[in-house]
Design a protein around this ligand. Structure first.
Ligand SMILES: *Cc1c(COP(=O)(O)O)cnc(C)c1O
Length: 373
């Protein structure tokens, strides 16, 4: 074991606010003074900036990322009797949003990089299929060209679950601009985070945008007139004000995440591991940095002994959740996902990590394999 002098937490959210705390407090104070708590100017400003990041005509703040998915499905008229294909290795909301909309989640297995396997997606299509929810898991864009071609060929909607991928690009264009809608989460653990819950829907479709404007706000078309029953799923103006401060930092934070990924990639070369790698046509934003090892549990314990905190995203695949039992899937249905469940390990990756900490993680992993021999 190497020196215990350094410790590496999986995450330290407090550090994120260190340099911007004064600006955040000022923006909160302004809202306290002007009383614009719901759908105020800060929300509009945030939506405008966010549409630029996603390269779309429209962006709409909502209460969280799950609502972004759910409201998108509702806006497309997807519900009872319909099927929507998504990945079984995602955070469970990629599938629960489908079920909550009244439709049936159908899973397709993934590739080594954790994103949907287009061949498996096409095989899962039935006459009931209405949409594909492509998840850009870990902040790496899913194979959008292939998935979009399949969606077009079978007359399906492509919805992007961009919860982990704000700012990622695929063939030069941002994620969130490929699908009918892009669904983002602003949960405190995501790359761009509110101080609480939040979400965004992006789209280029004016009709869908106009529908969603009402759908997130009780179906109200003005103060007094309701067009259809709907939800209250708005992004708080207070959160938008905080996010407007954080937006100034996002590109530097993303660059730092990619820098850390580069240090890991260099430091872990030649080991008996699968390490995330960039394709030349994509810019991943490394929400997580997930390595794959057949000795995952021993490695996790070894790193814990070195004061390095790691996580597993996610230890139980969605089709193996109790909530999904009624769908009738069984062990062995998604071999790649199930194999990954036992081999994946998320290393600490957040902008405030020092190079010393990152190099210590890499050195400790190298040491683990040396000790094994
Ligand atoms: C976080 C996350 C969500 C849900 O976002 P919330 O804001 O927590 O509702 C959906 N999909 C993926 C892939 C996520 O990581």
């Amino acid at each position: 074991m190497i020196t215990k002098a350094i410790s590496v937490p999986y995450l330290n959210l407090g550090l994120q606010h260190k340099n911007i705390k004064a600006d955040i407090l000022r923006s909160i104070e302004a809202i306290l003074d002007n009383g614009q708590f719901i759908l105020g100017e800060e929300t509009q400003r945030f939506e405008k900036s966010f549409a630029e990041i996603a390269g779309t005509k429209y962006a709409l703040g909502v209460a969280n990322g799950t609502d972004a998915l759910f409201l998108s499905l509702m806006a497309l008229g997807i519900g009872k009797g319909d099927e929507v294909i998504t990945a079984p290795n995602s955070f469970l909301a990629s599938a629960s949003s489908i079920a909550i909309a009244g439709a049936t989640p159908v899973f397709a297995d993934v590739l080594s990089d954790f994103n949907l396997d287009p061949e498996k997606v096409e095989k899962a299509i039935t006459p009931k299929t209405k949409a594909i929810i492509a998840v850009h898991l870990t902040g790496r864009p899913a194979p959008l060209d292939e998935l979009k071609a399949i969606a077009t060929k079978h007359n399906l909607h492509l919805i992007e679950d961009c919860a982990q991928a704000v700012g990622a690009t695929y063939k030069g264009k941002p994620v969130g601009s490929y699908g009918t809608t892009g669904c983002f989460s602003l949960h405190p653990l995501k790359n761009l985070a509110a101080c609480g819950d939040g979400g965004v829907i992006t789209t280029n479709d004016e009709k869908i945008y106009k529908h969603l404007l009402l759908a997130r706000n009780h179906g109200l078309k003005n103060r007094d007139e309701c067009s259809f029953w709907s939800f209250n799923s708005r992004l708080d103006n207070l959160q938008a004000a905080i996010l407007n401060v954080k937006l100034n930092e996002l590109s530097a934070w993303t660059s730092r995440r990619r820098e850390i990924a580069g240090l890991y990639q260099a430091g872990l070369k030649g080991l008996d591991l699968i390490v995330p790698a960039d394709k030349d046509y994509e810019r991943a934003v490394y929400h997580t940095f997930i390595i794959q090892s057949s000795k995952r549990d021993a490695l996790k314990q070894y790193l814990a002994d070195c004061n390095i905190d790691t996580k597993v995203h996610y230890p139980v695949a969605i089709h193996q959740q109790e909530a999904a039992q009624y769908l009738g899937y069984k062990k062995g249905d998604f071999p790649v996902t199930e194999h990954q469940t036992n081999s994946i390990l998320s290393l600490p990756i957040f902008p405030e990590l020092t190079n010393e900490q990152v190099n210590y993680v890499a050195a400790s992993i190298r040491n683990f394999f040396k000790v094994l021999k």
